[in-house]
Design a protein around this ligand. Structure first.
Ligand code: XMP
Length: 504
């Protein structure tokens, strides 16, 4: 296959997608515990499970990103919100389940309990080191301390009246994880503030985070033990400010989030991000492309991974509205031809309906997959449950849908994803996506378990112990529409839904 259609045979280039292929079974000598689903997300980051949640406003905000990182994948925060709000979401993730919080939120002794309560709500944290003007630790105050003062007195009571003052048990800056564990256990502490030789606060360790890291051994963590998070950026208008604000907030991966990534402005932005000393250390993913040449442009620009998918998504209408796109298995394969020789990982974005398609994407040339509809029904996604005929649903909409692109009383930040940043009136918008709903599926942990369970089985059937083995040895068989019918349950009326299969 090649993306260079021959002038002599303009229709010779056949595009295939997930339903057009199956993986051939292979000799297997594996125990379930042998199987390792670790895969490369970018040049420098590997994930224990090769799953990303889509940068969509009905899929990934901080709660989903936290849940994804805990499972060993990565959430990519959507960008249909202001720069400040998106950076705040990054901060929320980075403050959760952290080995050592290096920049703990602190409070002054003269702040009121009302201010303390507001701060606790804003950062969703329950305890603060109390510091003087010189940043010296003078006490600790927690939500619990609030309980003993009537709410009516919060506005007039000061933090130093309720805090636990020095002397406190503290640890030295740079304390090891083991020494911190010993101190937390010995003194039955909830929190251990870290101070330098002058008594200035340098960090904070919470026992909750230590327990959580034991509870989620596969979680995706940065070098400081904080959960990893990705965030979407564009290339239009204030995109550079957005990128730098996200970096300042601690984002690990910037993900170019645009329907058509093979555009000069975006390629230039990736180049700039990867060369500017202020930004080049953050991982940058280019996308979306669907051809070898599109992927090559990002490889040449220095991208750390390339995201593939033009129109395969469940909510996408790009292919029917514009007539443009490449069936996803072929698109992933074509992009991998440019990325593999350069050692740049590929992300297969959109179009996955079942767990078996993760393995297909990996064999076609991807290293990870990005999921929208398969995750949209999770408890952790934004939005409330909708009850229809006694069944629970969650809203799921394309970022190019009318709902996401129109202002409807508030600013839309997602229009430039679809080349419509300059469209000022809602009735002039040309949507490339639809709005809908998906069945509620419960916590992400359960959903991810089924998806990764399916991938484990793929690896067992194909005899692959690791993702690189699956990629190297996996082979496809092309199938017909009759075979696809045979693949799904047939000639039986389904009476009970399986957790990993729904007929529609
Ligand atoms: P799935 O199939 O997992 O797809 O639901 C999620 C991916 O679809 C892309 N996306 C869109 N594509 N119009 C499009 O053409 C849209 O409105 C739209 N919204 C999201 C995106 O790449 C996402 O990860």
């Amino acid at each position: 296959m090649t993306d260079q259609t021959s002038p002599a045979d303009p229709f010779g280039f056949l595009g295939l997608t997930y339903d057009d292929v199956l993986l051939l079974p292979g000799y297997s000598d594996l125990a379930p515990s042998d199987i390792d689903t670790t895969s490369r997300l970018t040049r420098e980051i590997s994930l224990k499970i090769p799953l990303l949640s889509a940068a969509m406003d009905t899929v990934t905000e901080s709660a989903m990103a936290i849940a994804m990182a805990r499972q060993g994948g990565l959430g990519v925060l959507h960008r249909n919100l202001s720069i400040e709000d998106q950076a705040y979401q990054v901060d929320l993730v980075k403050r959760t389940q952290t080995g050592i919080i290096t920049n703990p939120v602190t409070i002054g002794p003269d702040a009121t309990l009302e201010e303390l309560d507001t701060l606790a709500g804003q950062f969703r944290i329950s305890g603060f080191p109390v510091v003087d003007a010189d940043n010296k630790l003078i006490g600790m105050v927690t939500n619990r301390d609030l309980r003993f003062t009537p709410v009516a007195e919060w506005a007039t009571t000061k933090v130093n009246e309720v805090m636990t003052p020095q002397p406190l048990i503290t640890g030295p800056a740079g304390i090891s994880r083991d020494d911190a564990t010993l101190l937390l256990r010995k003194h039955k502490l909830e929190r251990l503030p870290l101070v330098d030789g002058e008594g200035r606060i340098t960090g904070l360790i919470t026992v909750k985070d230590f327990v959580k890291s034991e509870q989620f051994p596969d979680s995706s963590k940065d070098s400081q033990g904080r959960l990893m998070v990705g965030a979407a950026i564009g290339y239009f208008g204030d995109a550079w400010q957005r990128a730098t604000a996200l970096i300042d907030a601690g984002v690990d991966v910037l993900v170019a989030d645009t329907a058509h990534g093979n555009v000069r402005m975006l390629i230039d932005m990736v180049k700039r991000l990867k060369t500017d000393p202020a930004t080049r250390d953050v991982q940058v993913i280019g996308g979306n492309v669907a051809t070898r040449q599109g992927a090559q442009a990002f490889v040449d620009a220095g991208a750390d991974a390339v995201k593939v998918g033009v129109g395969p998504g469940s909510i996408c209408t790009t292919r029917v509205v514009t007539g443009v796109g490449v069936p996803q298995i072929t698109a992933v394969y074509e992009a991998s031809l440019a990325c593999k020789p350069a050692g740049v990982p590929v992300i297969a974005d959109g179009g996955l309906k079942y767990s078996g398609e993760i393995g297909k994407a990996l064999v076609a040339g991807a290293d990870t997959v990005m999921l929208g509809s398969l995750f949209a029904g999770c408890e952790e996604t934004p939005g409330d449950l909708v009850l229809v005929n006694g069944k629970q649903f969650k809203t799921y909409r394309g970022m190019g849908s009318m709902g996401a692109m129109s202002s409807r009383g508030k600013k839309s930040y997602s229009k430039d994803r679809y080349f419509q940043a300059e469209v000022t009136s809602d009735d002039k918008i040309v949507p490339e996506g639809i709005e809908g709903q998906v069945a509620y599926k419960g916590p992400l942990a359960t959903v991810a378990h089924q998806l990764i369970g399916g991938l484990h089985q793929t690896m067992f059937y194909t005899g692959a112990r690791t993702v690189p083995e699956l990629q190297a040895n996996g082979r496809f068989v092309r199938i017909t529409s009759a075979s696809l019918k045979e693949s799904h349950p047939h000639d039986v009326q389904m009476t009970v839904e399986a957790p990993n299969y729904s007929g529609s």
